[in-house]
Design a protein around this ligand. Structure first.
Ligand SMILES: NC(=O)C1=CN([C@@H]2O[C@H](COP(=O)(O)OP(=O)(O)OC[C@H]3O[C@@H](n4cnc5c(N)ncnc54)[C@H](O)[C@@H]3O)[C@@H](O)[C@H]2O)C=CC1
Ligand SMILES: O=C1[C@@H](O)[C@H](O)[C@@H](O)[C@H](O)[C@H]1O
Length: 347
């Protein structure tokens, strides 16, 4: 039996997930697509030779009784409404980050899912499926370096589009660190502060770039994350965990080392598609397998989406206030404590 999937939003990542489901992964097929840009959806149907119905909007697509799971890969501000409709129709949901653009929106999704009674929603925080981050987590959980004390991280994009704004450094970019770092150390954030170093000449006038975010966790771990989205040289993700007895560092992507002409060199990828290609494959296959074989989801939850949104809101506030902003989270409901520990933060 193949899992029948409908996709809402066939832009960059929607197209990429359709490609992986169709060409690389097993156990699922795309049977319906929609996009506000209907030509984009038509082009994807043609490109991958899909036997899929093209719907005019998410309402019609979600109502298709053949569809068992919905991929929500539209723009962030459209996610909440599609997720709520899918839950109402009792469909499984794979929703790209952000789950919703506000903490209140994420909470509405949390409440709808709890009212339904069993987990339906997985959020696309794919870094939890990256081999390097998984190795880091295993080492931390095995107490390899004692208790973590500090983390030094960097999230660098070569370039960003003109529409990318200063707050997107948080909602669109830092949100990956917000999720994966708390997952790594089983901790939540209590405060955030943002600093602006000297601005790069490669950023447009409206954009503050780079930025430095300081996060502090409940147990006192201090984390600094550099966000630099016009670094020009490549897509570069760094993470170092300093513990009481040692240090752990996220491995770079595997590339061969070339020694030639008196130099030692190694390629750096240019974008997220390439850097996290394997993680996306594992993430989406895991979603397919869990839904198809076990009738459940086990990845990052709607609650993780809520925590990311609350934390991001505090960071955005700190971008303009310049001071340390306090992060206050609601109590985690028992419903989310039951999700398989492999993918959730253990409370
Ligand atoms: N996990 C990850 O690493 C990544 C996640 N993303 C997330 O995925 C989402 C999509 O990003 P991209 O693919 O880069 O954007 P995009 O702009 O390339 O594609 C979005 C598509 O959704 C369509 N769309 C917008 N509103 C819609 C609606 N209400 N109904 C149907 N279609 C709608 C647009 O016409 C567009 O074709 C964003 O939330 C983004 O943050 C994007 C890149 C990487
Ligand atoms: O999710 C992503 C993009 O939406 C975002 O714009 C980039 O900054 C991130 O590196 C990428 O992983």
């Amino acid at each position: 039996m193949t899992l029948k999937i409908g996709v809402i939003g066939t832009g960059a990542i929607g197209r990429d997930h359709i490609r992986r489901v169709t060409k690389s992964l097993a156990g699922a097929e795309i049977i319906a697509v929609t996009d506000v840009n209907q030509q984009a959806a038509e082009a994807v149907i043609e490109e991958f030779n899909l036997n899929a119905t093209l719907y005019k909007d998410d309402v019609d697509l979600i109502q298709d009784s053949r569809i068992e799971a919905v991929f929500i890969t539209s723009w962030g501000q459209a996610h909440e409404s599609s997720v709520l409709k899918a839950i109402e129709a009792k469909k499984f949901v794979f929703c790209e980050k952000p789950l919703a653009t506000t903490a209140e929106g994420c909470m509405r999704i949390v409440e709808a899912e709890m009212a339904y009674g069993t987990p339906l929603v997985q959020v696309g925080f794919m870094r939890r499926y990256d081999n390097g981050y998984k190795m880091l987590k295993e080492a931390i959980d095995q107490n390899t370096i004692g208790e973590p004390l500090m983390m030094h991280c960097a999230h660098r994009n070569a370039h960003v589009a003109e529409r990318y704004s200063t707050d997107m450094a948080i909602h669109d970019t830092l949100i990956h660190e917000i999720d994966v770092l708390r997952w790594l150390i089983n901790d939540d954030y209590v405060s955030a502060q943002v600093f602006y170093p000297r601005k790069t000449k490669h950023a447009l006038p409206h954009l503050k770039d780079p930025q430095m975010v300081m996060l502090e966790t409940e147990s006192g771990v201090m984390i600094n994350v550099e966000i630099f989205v016009n670094c020009t040289y490549g897509y570069d993700i760094q993470c170092e965990v300093v513990g009481e007895e040692g240090l752990l560092r996220l491995p770079d992507e595997a590339h061969i080392q070339v020694r030639k002409g008196g130099q030692i060199g190694k390629e750096i990828g240019m974008d997220w598609q390439e850097r996290f290609a394997h993680a996306y494959d594992v993430e989406v296959q895991d979603f397919i397998d869990n839904v198809r074989d076990k009738g459940t989801v086990s990845g990052p939850t709607a609650w993780d989406g809520y925590i990311a949104a609350v934390t991001a809101d505090a960071c955005v506030k700190a971008q303009t206030s310049g001071v340390k902003e306090i992060i206050e989270l609601a109590q985690c409901p028992d419903f989310y404590k039951k999700v398989k520990p492999a993918a959730r933060v253990v409370y």
